[in-house]
Design a protein. Structure first.
Length: 467
């Protein structure tokens, strides 16, 4: 049976049955858990006297509430310490593999699974975190789930889900210098909207995607959820296999050859039928920055903040709210806007290649007076590798703080928070009201290189000026 997408094939292979609701009962190959959405799920299991069905298919780490400055235990934050102890106890009780602080493998859940080769093509993956779509970069189908669904996966290794439609998003051509994967995905979301992907899986394709590294593809898939899609993926290819080969959990020897043969077979067929196809030209994408309170309110750095008349009628109320909250006037440039805090990190842009690129622009420059700038590696491994390359020294010499691994000021569930209505240039994935820890703090999303440009100039800057 040809004409099938990777999504169709993986879905069919993992279907256990059809439920009375019409939903599919889908087997989940890998379940990733962390300290925030799992304590309640484990409590629900205890209440029902249930065990974890396949503990070997669950992997735990800590990332959201972990302090990135002082990690001495017990944590200063009592609630954070309670969450840590709860996860430590549950993992011990159910014999779940757990990467704690200091293990050398701790970090943001969506950074550690790929770097260890846990994430592989053709898998179904679930995690109680909205940015689980990241793992789709490997040709996996990965879903962010809620706490009650975390319970379901722990107890049954399955999820009840409705099958999605598939939209193929092609980006073709070569990106200009200073334009990155982050700009590509912000451009896509800006164009299709934050609700454009509702009911869909996004298949990212085209020559631009084929030329990207695995870490760039992860950035794209990470933000599929911000465009309303339930998941996003890229078909596996030689780039995928080169990245995976030799990693801790990747198949070895003869198993490797068999795995690659199978992975190639699950790629979308050349004549696959899609529910929708959208195409973009790489040459039309500029360094992109958000101006509003949703990831869809984006603009090229050299454009003017859009007037109300330029915005689709259905989005105008949110635009009015954004002008007021962000203290921006329509028709004015975003370039030159003063920034207070500059953050490089998160599951979107906290990997080694992100830090390398940012360091290129930080080298020989200084963070502007009055700007707080910091870099948070996505995992203990990323931190170790970056330090081996001397990236920490480059950042520190430029005036950035160099931190321990964690989610940090993406969700701000630790001590890394904006104060008052501070404006942040952030390489993370969400610019919602209050997202970075202050009820009236303001967030501009951009690439790590753009964050450095803002940090050294003290204002929103087109990174191409630093090339």
């Amino acid at each position: 049976m040809s004409e099938r997408t990777l999504f169709d094939k993986v879905w069919a292979l993992h279907t256990v049955g059809t439920l009375p609701s019409g939903q599919t009962q889908l087997f989940i190959g890998l379940h990733l858990i962390h300290e925030v959405t799992s304590p309640q799920a484990f409590a629900m299991l205890r209440d029902r006297h249930l065990k974890v069905l396949y503990p070997e298919r669950t992997v735990a780490t800590v990332d959201h509430i972990v302090p990135t400055d002082n990690q001495a235990r017990p944590f200063v934050d009592v609630l954070a310490e309670e969450m840590m102890q709860s996860l430590e106890k549950s993992c011990k009780e159910h014999q779940i593999r757990f990467y704690n602080i200091g293990s050398g493998n701790q970090g943001i859940v969506h950074v550690i699974a790929p770097e260890q080769g846990l994430t592989q093509p053709g898998m179904t993956i679930a995690c109680g975190d909205s940015h689980t779509s990241t793992h789709g970069a490997f040709g996996a189908i990965a879903f962010g789930i809620g706490t009650s669904q975390v319970r379901d996966v722990l107890a049954s290794q399955t999820l009840a889900l409705g099958k999605l439609k598939v939209r193929r998003i092609e980006v073709n051509g070569q990106l200009a210098p200073g334009v990155y994967a982050k700009d590509v995905v912000l451009h896509i979301i800006r164009t299709l909207g934050v609700k454009g992907g509702v009911g869909y899986a996004y298949e990212f394709a085209g020559t631009t995607l084929e030329a990207m590294s695995m870490e760039e593809r992860m950035t794209i898939c990470n933000m599929a959820i911000e465009g309303g899609a339930r998941c996003g993926y890229v078909n596996p290819d030689q780039v995928t296999y080169d990245y995976l080969q030799g990693r801790d959990f990747a198949p070895k020897g003869e198993d490797w050859e068999k795995a690659v043969t199978w992975w190639n077979s699950i790629r979308s067929d050349a004549d696959a039928v899609y529910d929708d196809v959208v195409k973009f030209e790489a040459s039309e994408i500029a360094p992109t920055v958000t101006w509003g309170i949703t990831p869809g309110q984006g603009m090229a750095v050299n454009e003017l903040i859009p007037d109300l008349e330029e915005i689709p009628e259905s989005d105008r109320d949110v635009a009015k709210e954004a002008y007021q909250y962000m203290e921006f006037a329509p028709g004015t440039p975003i370039q030159g806007t003063k920034v207070d805090v500059c953050f490089i990190g998160s599951c979107t842009n906290g990997r080694l290649s992100d830090l390398r690129e940012a360091a290129k622009f930080a080298q020989g420059r200084k963070v502007a007076n009055g700007v707080k700038a910091f870099v948070v590696p996505g995992s203990e491994r990323v931190k170790q590798q970056a330090e081996a390359e001397g990236l920490d020294k480059i950042f520190e010499a430029a005036g950035f703080e160099w931190r321990e691994a964690g989610c940090s000021m993406c969700l701000a569930m630790n001590s890394d928070k904006l104060q008052g209505n501070q404006l942040s240039a952030s390489s993370s994935n969400r610019n919602f009201k209050g997202r970075q820890g202050s009820a009236n703090g303001r967030t501009l999303l951009m690439s790590p290189a753009m964050v450095v440009a803002a940090a050294v100039n003290g204002v929103v800057t087109d990174v191409r000026e630093l090339l």
